[in-house]
Design a protein around this ligand. Structure first.
Ligand code: PDD
Length: 285
């Protein structure tokens, strides 16, 4: 069976899902998206992702013509019909199809695409490979809290990382403040305190980030949602990334410098353990 999709009210194979070339997502990148991970045949943190999709779309005045409850039903059907045990749900909403003009078109129905991508093998905490990172200037816009489909700076930075033999680029602003990765949030243990950039226009408020913060808080780990600099990062005893796709991923090397001999370190190991317990409770129960 191919990949199952749902486009503007109709189920189909992903390859048969077609939008017009005048779709504003295609012409202008005028849209938003979200990604949910499927474990054991169930979507993880579904509600948080649906709410973020809605927040992102409302932030750019796209009024998705389906309720979150309707979208939830679609996702349930897609996962069930594709018999997907492990994979992703991708959701993308654009302002719709209209003759090219920078102004918002009137009377146009937004495009909503949802599909399920089966990754074939069961997700497992044992697949954990520490990531190597490089650091790069953050060249993105001032509204990174919106999960926009405009990912060009992210893609270019990630490609540079790949060409340097790394798995992620850690982005920093002109004053040296670390914001996040190209597709992950970044945590560092600086002077014994876990730090991550606070919610702001400079980062995406990751769902995995928020779960990690909850776990650390409940574990009475010293924690501050306080930005850190590239210099702090070079002295951190532990660094990890958080994201839907890569979960909690320890960082081994940054710009060729070893973070620590033991990776993952104790706090990251605790977090991974507790994160997987959450997955199991929510998706296996
Ligand atoms: N990326 N920061 C950025 C810029 C991201 O693109 C992502 C996620 C995150 C982590 O957010 P979350 O924990 O909610 O996945 C942080 C997704 C997975 C993607 O683009 O495929």
């Amino acid at each position: 069976m191919g990949t199952l999709a749902w486009l503007n009210g109709n189920f189909c194979e992903l390859d048969d899902a077609k939008v017009g070339v005048q779709d504003r997502g295609f012409l202008f990148g005028d849209g938003v998206y979200d990604v949910i991970k499927i474990y054991y045949g169930r979507p993880f943190s579904l509600q948080a992702h649906l709410e973020r999709l809605q927040r992102s779309s409302l932030a750019i005045s796209i009024d998705i013509p389906y309720s979150l409850e309707e979208i939830e039903v679609v996702i349930g059907s897609l996962i069930k019909d594709s018999k997907c045990m492990s994979g992703f749900v991708y959701m993308q909403a654009t302002r719709g199809c209209a003759p090219r003009d920078h102004y918002f078109p009137s009377g146009v129905t937004p495009t909503l695409l949802i599909y399920v991508l089966d990754i074939g093998m069961p997700a497992s905490r044992d697949n954990l490979t520490p990531t190597d990172c490089i650091t790069l200037p953050d060249e993105r816009w001032m509204n990174c809290h919106i999960k926009s489909i405009n990912l060009l700076p992210n893609i270019l930075a990630l490609q540079k990382a790949k060409e340097a033999g790394a798995g992620e680029a850690i982005l920093y602003r002109a004053d040296g403040t670390v914001t996040e990765g190209t597709r992950t949030n970044i945590f560092a243990v600086v002077d014994g305190t876990v730090r991550t950039h606070p919610e702001s226009r400079h980062i995406l408020t990751g769902i995995t980030r928020n779960i990690a913060l909850d776990i650390l808080h409940n574990g009475n780990i010293r924690l501050a949602e306080k930005a850190f600099t590239i210099e702090d990062l070079s002295e951190a005893s532990e660094v990890w990334t958080t994201s839907t796709g890569l979960e909690i991923a320890p960082v081994k090397n940054i710009d060729g410098q070893l973070v620590n001999k033991v990776v993952p370190g104790p706090i990251c190991s605790f977090l991974i353990e507790e994160f997987w317990k959450k997955i199991e409770v929510e998706c296996c129960g």
